[in-house]
Design a protein around this ligand. Structure first.
Ligand SMILES: *[C@@H]1O[C@H](CO)[C@@H](O)[C@H](O)[C@H]1NC(C)=O
Ligand SMILES: *[C@@H]1O[C@H](CO)[C@@H](O)[C@H](O)[C@H]1NC(C)=O
Ligand SMILES: *[C@@H]1O[C@H](CO)[C@@H](O)[C@H](O)[C@H]1NC(C)=O
Ligand SMILES: *[C@@H]1O[C@H](CO)[C@@H](O)[C@H](O)[C@H]1NC(C)=O
Length: 182
């Protein structure tokens, strides 16, 4: 259902469909907040694409942090706000996460990278994120891309990121990082 001029809200009941594996709703004209009705039952989701819906947002549902099979979470260029649920940092199947170009605040989940053996792509630029760059982003030895410019990240760049040999794209411009790069 990508790029279909879909309008209106995402029906809250969609998040209780136990057999739902893929949700491709990027590049539509969806509106309102992403609301979960009751218990989050769509626990088998592998892919969530809600990107490029400029009027779709609200907080990222906490339920996304329960999805142990989720490999691809793509929410960029929409209107998501609030904090990134810390549980997102513990998703063991996560390979790719793109949250760039929203209005997210708070910190990057401190455990991001440590529990996701296949995580290679992290894009969180153009938000209002604060706090440190998590130390374990490259712990799995797979990270290729970390794009986090245009935020308010502070502290120093972790040694483990500087020494990340798999990294091919690193973008940290326009933050308030400090200290020396070692
Ligand atoms: C984006 O979300 C904020 C609330 O977080 C809301 O006030 C604003 O109207 C939304 N913008 C659009 C274009 O929907
Ligand atoms: C950011 O998202 C808005 C829609 O919310 C879009 O119009 C704009 O092109 C995006 N900017 C970038 C740099 O992707
Ligand atoms: C730097 O990042 C902040 C926070 O996202 C943003 O408000 C500001 O517009 C950015 N500045 C430039 C020059 O892009
Ligand atoms: C980073 O910013 C937060 C407030 O956003 C502050 O509490 C913290 O002390 C800062 N850390 C560093 C290392 O500058």
């Amino acid at each position: 259902m990508t790029a279909n001029n879909l309008t209106g809200r995402i029906p809250p009941g969609i998040w209780s469909l136990e057999k739902l594996l893929f949700l491709f709703l990027s590049a539509n004209k969806l509106t309102g907040e992403v609301v979960v009705d009751g218990v989050f039952g769509a626990l088998n989701l592998l892919v969530i694409h809600l990107a490029e819906n400029p009027k779709l947002g609200g907080p990222i549902p906490e339920g996304f942090g329960l999805l142990q099979n989720l490999g691809d979470l793509s929410l960029h260029s929409s209107n998501f706000s609030g904090k990134i649920p810390p549980s997102i940092g513990r998703l063991r199947s996560l390979r790719r996460i793109s949250l760039d170009n929203n209005s997210l605040t708070g910190i990057l989940p401190s455990e991001l990278g440590q529990h996701s053996p296949e995580l290679w792509y992290i894009s969180v630029s153009d938000n209002e994120l604060t706090g440190p760059i998590p130390k374990g982003l490259c712990d799995n030895g797979k990270l290729e891309m970390f794009v986090a410019g245009n935020n308010r990240l502070n502290g120093s760049i972790p040694k483990s990121l500087v020494g990340c040999t798999t990294l091919t794209h690193l973008q940290l411009g326009n933050n308030t990082l400090s200290g020396r790069i070692m």
